[in-house]
Design a protein around this ligand. Structure first.
Ligand SMILES: [Zn+2]
Length: 201
């Protein structure tokens, strides 16, 4: 069993103040969250740098990823060190993830830049049902969407500043191994948590 914050922005995102080094130090110091996905806006540079720094610590793991801005809404792809080809359509990004055994996640579906009900028309692997930056009502709607689509729900802080790191996380029935974690996410071997509450699927 591992605990992972699956949605984090580093300074390689235009709107984040989290240095890759700060994220690595946070995981090293954290008592149980030892895994994080770096999901910068439209770039995979940040996860490459963070993985390099994290490689010095055998008990932490950085999952490479990216948050792609499509015209319809944001999509998080977990498990990629490559960018999907442009133009970034919802279908194109979902297919890109599927072809590479990555995990496609509908990011904060009911917030600004969220896909909302449009997500139903595509073959996503998971729904972000707990986003640390979304309101409880927006997260509740996302949980309803996951149930409707029969998809696993995942959680991440969506941190853009150090104080927000690890405020929401996904518990995954897997060991400290990227492939194992990605497979377990697709199978729904997950539970989501934030401070003060937890939801099991
Ligand atoms: Zn984000």
């Amino acid at each position: 069993m591992i605990q992972a914050d699956l949605h984090i922005h580093t300074t390689y995102s235009f709107d984040s103040t989290i240095q890759p080094k700060t994220l690595v130090e946070k995981l090293v110091a954290h008592s149980f969250i030892k895994v994080a996905a770096v999901t910068d806006h439209d770039t995979v540079k940040g996860c490459g740098v963070t993985r390099q720094l994290a490689s010095a610590y055998p008990d932490i793991l950085i999952i490479p990823g990216v948050e792609i801005s499509t015209p319809q809404g944001d999509i998080v792809v977990l498990g990629t060190e490559e960018m999907p080809p442009k133009p970034w359509t919802v279908e194109g990004v979902v297919d890109f993830a599927h072809d590479r055994d990555c995990v496609s996640v509908v990011a904060h579906p009911y917030r600004e830049y969220g896909l909302g009900d449009l997500a139903i028309d595509y073959k996503f692997d998971a729904i972000e049902v707990l986003n640390g930056d979304s309101s409880p009502s927006a997260n509740k709607l996302a949980q309803d969407l996951a149930k409707l689509m029969g998809l696993p729900g995942v959680a991440g802080s969506d941190a853009h500043q150090p104080s927000k790191l690890c405020t929401a996380y996904t518990e995954v029935q897997a060991s400290l191994d990227i492939d194992e974690i990605l497979k377990a996410l697709k199978k729904g071997l997950v539970a989501v948590h934030s401070i003060g509450r937890s939801i099991h699927f």
